[in-house]
Design a protein around this ligand. Structure first.
Ligand code: TRH
Length: 383
């Protein structure tokens, strides 16, 4: 079969940065590594520009990293569909675009890229077709995930090599920290902090201030910065600002570009992450992580969190303290949330073992075929 080389990705920025974070990584990888012609339609260029500062949010059309970026506006202009159409996270394609797809021969391959979940049912649904109710079109469900029965995870070629080169290069790391305006003293525990503003930060800040080990906590600017400042009783935590409390130094950072954020994850000993994309990137950093899951109605997120923990902690007794801290951090146990500060010293003591575990986990995951490669393989199958 002739390869399908023209791809359209549609991204609706619901809230936050995860939708565009995932779509942008995928678009870059499909274009850069698989030599595909990729058009990325995004309805909120201002959010996009936060992760990719080279982007001009005022331009309706532009090229960046070999990807054609188009502002997705309503009404949607009449457009010839690509051969592969990725509808990210069930974002609902424009009606006239769907009608144009139905008019094509052969029909485009229509893929709904789903949210990431470690739940076991993912493997049963991954790749399933769903015929359109009225048009001669079929949509296929593509589930990222952690098992070989899923669509895998976004992982660029060379990611592990670039990470290892950086993590093994003391001078490169020192230069990176100097670029942020700090020189962490040897033995400092370096943290990055990205979470939803409702996360129970106050008890952890108290525990870190009392820590026998010096702690440097880097906080990229998001609504959490205000929550941190409030917990410290100060007006704000702004980019470039440093605040001392006991043995804790908080460092406000600007919201970083995606590559710079990756580097921050590689440089820190422990990363607090959230949602979907930073959660995956922290796993690729091969360092311990604490996940603030995106909250959903009816506590659906609780099952998602437990499903991931079941995989991550399997046969790894050193992860017990981590699982408890994750539940507390996500408010899934009121009792534990009240004990966050008390739980910190035991967790901190298990960090060396957790670091070894995080590396083994990343190496295991890297044996899966990555998501972009799986999508390309899927697109090569005859329909
Ligand atoms: O922003 P998020 O909370 O996104 C969420 C999730 O994707 C969630 O599943 C989805 O339902 C919801 O959006 C609508 O967290 P996430 O997924 O980690 O995305 C953040 C992105 O921002 C990620 O690509 C990393 C990037 N980032 C930077 O580029 N620079 C930064 O300084 C920071 C803190 C993040």
């Amino acid at each position: 079969m002739k390869p399908r080389t023209h791809w359209d990705i549609f991204c609706n920025v619901v809230d936050n940065y995860g939708d565009i974070g995932v779509c942008w990584r995928l678009a870059r990888q499909l274009a850069g590594e698989h030599q595909l012609t990729v058009r990325l339609w995004v309805d909120d260029l201002a959010s996009f520009a936060k992760l990719a500062p080279e982007l001009d949010p005022k331009r309706a059309s532009q090229n960046l990293n070999e990807v054609e970026i188009r502002h997705w506006v309503a009404p949607f202009p009449d457009t010839a569909p690509a051969e592969v159409v990725i509808e990210a996270f069930a974002c609902t394609l424009p009606e006239n675009y769907i009608a144009a797809m139905a008019g094509q021969s052969p029909k485009p391959l229509w893929i709904n890229l789903e949210y990431l979940s470690a739940e076991p049912w993912v493997g049963d649904y991954h790749g399933l077709p769903s015929p359109h109710p009225s048009l001669a079109l079929t949509k296929y469900f593509f589930f990222p995930g952690f098992s070989q029965h899923s669509g895998g995870l976004i992982r660029e070629a060379g990611l592990a090599a670039a990470r290892d080169a950086f993590q093994n290069d003391t001078e490169a790391q020192a230069a990176w920290w100097r670029g942020l305006g700090v020189t962490p003293q040897p033995g400092t525990l370096k943290l990055s902090l990205f979470a939803y503003p409702h996360a129970p930060i106050a008890p952890l800040l108290a525990a870190w201030a009392d820590s026998p080990t010096p702690i440097l906590c880097c906080v990229p600017e998001t609504p959490l910065s205000a929550a941190v400042a409030a917990a410290l009783g100060t007006a704000a935590l702004t980019p470039g600002q440093g605040i001392r409390r006991g043995n804790l130094t908080l460092l406000g950072l600007p919201f970083l570009s995606q590559p710079a954020y990756d580097r921050l994850l590689w440089a820190c000993d422990l990363n607090f992450v959230r949602g979907e994309d930073s959660f995956v990137r922290a796993q690729w950093a091969a360092r311990p992580l604490i996940w603030n899951i995106y909250p959903q109605l009816d506590a659906v997120h609780q099952e998602k969190l437990e499903a991931f923990l079941a995989l991550y902690c399997r046969a790894a007794p050193e992860t017990l303290a981590l699982a408890e801290l994750w539940r507390a951090w996500n408010g899934l146990s009121a009792e534990l949330s009240n004990q966050l500060a008390a739980a910190w010293p035991a967790f901190a003591a298990s960090l060396p073992a957790l670091s070894r575990h995080a590396r083994r986990w990343a190496e295991g995951l890297a044996r899966q075929t990555d998501l972009a490669a799986q999508l390309v393989k899927f697109s090569q199958k005859p329909l």
